[in-house]
Each structure stands twice: as structure tokens, then as C-alpha cells.
Design a protein around this ligand. Structure first.
Ligand code: HEC
Ligand code: HEC
Length: 219
């Protein structure tokens, strides 16, 4: 059940878009890293490239492009051996499927990071600037990771039961981004400049001055 829900969630359109982008970036970064020699700086750039918060698809792609270019320059030194990180089998997955592939897992993790506007260290034990292979992703020592796991349960539950029941739409979905929008603390109140009321609909169905996008309806 959980496995199916998780896969459905990952395959849902909003997630899949972020997921596909993130995966493309990982591939680009991995290709660049494989060709390169400077792993430490590469890791730092990797995190910058994929962790950029907000409406970041362009920023992510741009960062990945820059990243690839910087590695193209570094190609003349000794051959590089990539230190693996986040390799399966995963040891401490309690909500995500244990059969999840590495690209799916990393795509999900990048989606979490982008949704909250944070980097891996927000939830995982590790030191910024150190290679990701030195991180302890298995550990549950950080409260944020434990909360994130419960948030994941919340999302799966909403999508599997509440939203389809309320809307009648099997595909109605929320994700981390629906609430978080690039911040760790979702807004609970409208921003101060939000209008108090929406103007009432006009009594006259035919506006006196047609707007460009209404021309068809008026003529
Ligand atoms: C908002 C919190 C959060 C962020 C940010 C985050 N993760 Fe995770 N990560 C989790 C949670 C929660 C789990 C466990 C999921 C479960 O129990 O099913 C996890 C599990 C993992 C695992 C599996 C470890 C194992 O063997 O059990 C890896 C690897 C991982 N994350 C890598 C990353 C990487 C790389 C990043 C940065 C790109 C990242 N995570 C960012 C919350 C986060
Ligand atoms: C229905 C809205 C909603 C969804 C969906 C949601 N969250 Fe949250 N999340 C919240 C709220 C509300 C808080 C509490 C923020 C506060 O303390 O003010 C929160 C807090 C958190 C925190 C703790 C932040 C802190 O500073 O203490 C983490 C970590 C987190 N969420 C991760 C996630 C992840 C990962 C997902 C997707 C799997 C997710 N959330 C989905 C509403 C949501």
C-alpha cells in the first residue's frame, strides 16, 4: 500500500516535473564529475546547483551548465575516482519504498530541498563543504528529518484518502511545495498587501468597454 502510494506520488505530475528536472541535473552533474578531477569543489557546486530554492528550474539548469563548464576546464589533471554517496540498498527508509531507485530517491530528496528552500544538511548529519560521501544520511539525529518523515506520511494520507474523497478527483494532489513554497515555515495568513475583498461581479453582463480578451464574447 505504502509502496504504491509513494510511487503514485512520485509519478504525480507536479512531483514528476521537479523530479525529472532534478534527475537531469544529477545526470549532468554526474557526467561532469566523472570527467573531472576536482571532487571537493565539484561537490560544493553540486549542492549549489541542485539546492537552489524557489522557482528554480531555470536557475538549476543554469547552475548545472556553469558547473559543467567549470569542470570542462579542470580536465587536464589526474584521473578522478568518484566517491559514491547515497548508494542503495538504503538502510533507514520507513516511508519511502525500500525498492526505490537511486535517481528516484535523489529526485525526491531534491524535491524536499527545493520545496523547503534548504540544503541536505537541514535534515541530514553532514558538514557543508564536505563531500556528500562524508554525510550520514542514515542517521535520524536531526529533528527536521523526523518531522519530514511525518510530513511525508501526511502528504501520502491526504493524497490517498482525503483529497479524492473531498474532490471526487483521483488525481487531486498536494506535495511539500503546495504548502511550503520554498520556505521551512508555510504562511498561515495572507500577506499584508492582500486585498480584503474580491470585487463583486458586475450587474451588467456586457461591459461598456470590451477588454481585449473579451472581444470575442462581446462581438
Ligand atoms: C526536508 C528534509 C530532508 C532533506 C532536505 C533531505 N532529506 Fe534525505 N531524507 C529525508 C527523510 C525523511 C528520509 C527518510 C525517508 C523514509 O524514512 O522513508 C531521507 C532519506 C535519505 C537517504 C536514505 C538513507 C538511508 O540509507 O536510509 C538518503 C541517501 C538521502 N536522504 C539523501 C539526501 C540528499 C543527498 C539530500 C540533499 C540533496 C537530502 N537527502 C535532503 C529528509 C530529507
Ligand atoms: C498541508 C501543508 C503541508 C504540507 C503538504 C507539508 N508541510 Fe511541512 N509543515 C507544514 C506546517 C504548517 C509546518 C509548521 C511550520 C511552523 O512551525 O510554523 C511544517 C513544518 C515542516 C518542517 C519543520 C520546519 C521547522 O522549521 O521546524 C519540516 C522539516 C517539513 N514541514 C517538511 C515537509 C516535507 C518534507 C513535506 C513533503 C513531504 C511537507 N513538509 C509537506 C505544512 C505542510
Amino acid at each position: 500500500m505504502e509502496l504504491l502510494e509513494t510511487l503514485a506520488w512520485i509519478e504525480s505530475s507536479s512531483c514528476r516535473r521537479a523530479h525529472t528536472t532534478a534527475y537531469a541535473v544529477v545526470q549532468a552533474v554526474n557526467d561532469a564529475v566523472r570527467r573531472s578531477t576536482a571532487y571537493t569543489s565539484g561537490t560544493a557546486n553540486h549542492c549549489t546547483a541542485v539546492m537552489h530554492p524557489g522557482p528554480s528550474r531555470l536557475a538549476v539548469v543554469a547552475a548545472a551548465t556553469t558547473f559543467g563548464a567549470s569542470f570542462a576546464i579542470a580536465q587536464t589533471a589526474t584521473p578522478f575516482v568518484q566517491t559514491p554517496f547515497a548508494m542503495p540498498p538504503y538502510k533507514n527508509l520507513r516511508v519511502l519504498s525500500r525498492d526505490i531507485t537511486r535517481p528516484q530517491l535523489l529526485g525526491t530528496m531534491k524535491f524536499f530541498s527545493q520545496s523547503l528552500g534548504v540544503r541536505c544538511t537541514y535534515c541530514h548529519v553532514g558538514t557543508e563543504g564536505q563531500p556528500l560521501s562524508a554525510f550520514d544520511f542514515v542517521s535520524d539525529a536531526k529533528d527536521h528529518k523526523v518531522i519530514a518523515r511525518d510530513m511525508l506520511r501526511l502528504v501520502l494520507h491526504l493524497n490517498a484518502e482525503h483529497l479524492p474523497a473531498i474532490t471526487g478527483l483521483p488525481d487531486a494532489k498536494v506535495s511539500c511545495f503546495t504548502c511550503h513554497r520554498g520556505a521551512t515555515k508555510p504562511l498561515t495568513d495572507p500577506p499584508p498587501d492582500t486585498p480584503n475583498t474580491v470585487p463583486p461581479p458586475t450587474a451588467d453582463p456586457a461591459p461598456k468597454k470590451p477588454q481585449p480578451n473579451q472581444a470575442e464574447a462581446v462581438s
